[in-house]
Design a protein around this ligand. Structure first.
Ligand code: NAD
Length: 254
């Protein structure tokens, strides 16, 4: 898919990987429908309304997300692709001597934002992409990218809810790609390793240094722009479909 003059809905656009994706799409001549539940995050996006619209929305609210994406389609005329970066990563053990058992409501919250939110995004954007004229020679109508995590494969202690939510994202990709193929819509997920965003900045410096030390090469935390770069590769390479792509410097968390 060409990016120039196309419109992309990006969730989690107010920070980290989502914000880097906004910059990459704009730098290639695309337009952005920026979605986040944080007004402060959206306020950081300082771009002309000719290329970027801002939408406050909680992705775990199915009806609200559907309405928001329809508003974006009405505003821009079309939406050609969606990159879903909104997510949370709270840590909690199944049982901790000091904190007791894992709260059920925390588990539900992580599933609700990370997994249900991903499904709601796919569900809401698909009928909008279906309205696009197919782009030849391949007949492509749209492309969706979800965000998983290497924790879906090698979750660490304290990541039981997070790993379960991202494992669910991985499992959705192939059946979704098979179903959407007949409409000319591709879907993939990116499974980042450890990237220097607000999510990881909230960890103590020593934890960040220990995490970086585990990354074989390059021996450092990932840069959000490297996530944005992969988004561009997936969008522009029509052969990438039905995959969960690790972006992790070969890290395998112990
Ligand atoms: P971040 O905290 O910098 O950004 C997340 C954004 O999502 C924020 O702007 C936040 O306001 C928004 N958000 C959170 N809940 C939302 C909701 N319910 N509705 C709408 N917006 C919501 O985090 P990030 O590092 O950029 O993470 C982006 C995605 O990448 C997440 O899904 C995360 O799980 C995944 N990920 C990150 C890393 C990493 O190392 N940073 C690693 C693996 C996976």
């Amino acid at each position: 898919m060409e990016i120039k003059n196309k419109v992309f809905a990006i969730t989690g656009a107010g920070s980290g990987l989502g914000m880097a994706t906004v910059e990459h799409i704009l730098s290639r001549g695309g337009m952005v429908m920026a979605i986040d539940h944080s007004k402060e995050g959206l306020d950081l996006l300082d771009h002309s309304p000719r290329v970027l619209s801002k939408h406050l929305c909680d992705v775990s609210q199915n009806d609200l997300l559907t309405t928001t994406l329809r508003q974006g389609q009405k505003h821009w005329g079309h939406i050609h692709g969606g990159i879903h970066c909104a997510g949370i990563a709270p840590a909690a053990k199944i049982y901790s001597k000091t904190k007791g058992s894992h709260s059920g409501s925390l588990f539900e919250k992580v599933i609700s934002i990370n997994l249900l939110g991903s499904f709601y995004f796919v569900n809401a954007i698909t009928p909008i992409l279906l309205e696009n004229e197919p782009e030849y020679p391949d007949g492509e109508r749209g492309c969706i990218i979800l965000t998983s995590s290497v924790a879906s494969y090698e979750g660490q202690i304290g990541q039981v809810a997070y790993a379960a939510s991202k494992g669910g994202v991985n499992a959705m990709i192939l059946p979704a790609a098979r179903e959407l193929a007949s409409h000319g819509i591709r879907i993939n997920a990116i499974a980042p390793g450890i990237f220097k965003t607000a999510m990881v900045d909230s960890f103590p410096d020593k934890v960040q240094a220990d995490l970086a030390a585990q990354i074989p090469f390059p021996h450092r935390l990932g840069k959000p722009s490297e996530y944005g770069q992969l988004v561009i590769s997936i969008l522009t390479n029509v052969m990438i479909n039905g995959s969960v792509i690790r972006l992790d410097g070969a890290v395998r968390m112990t």
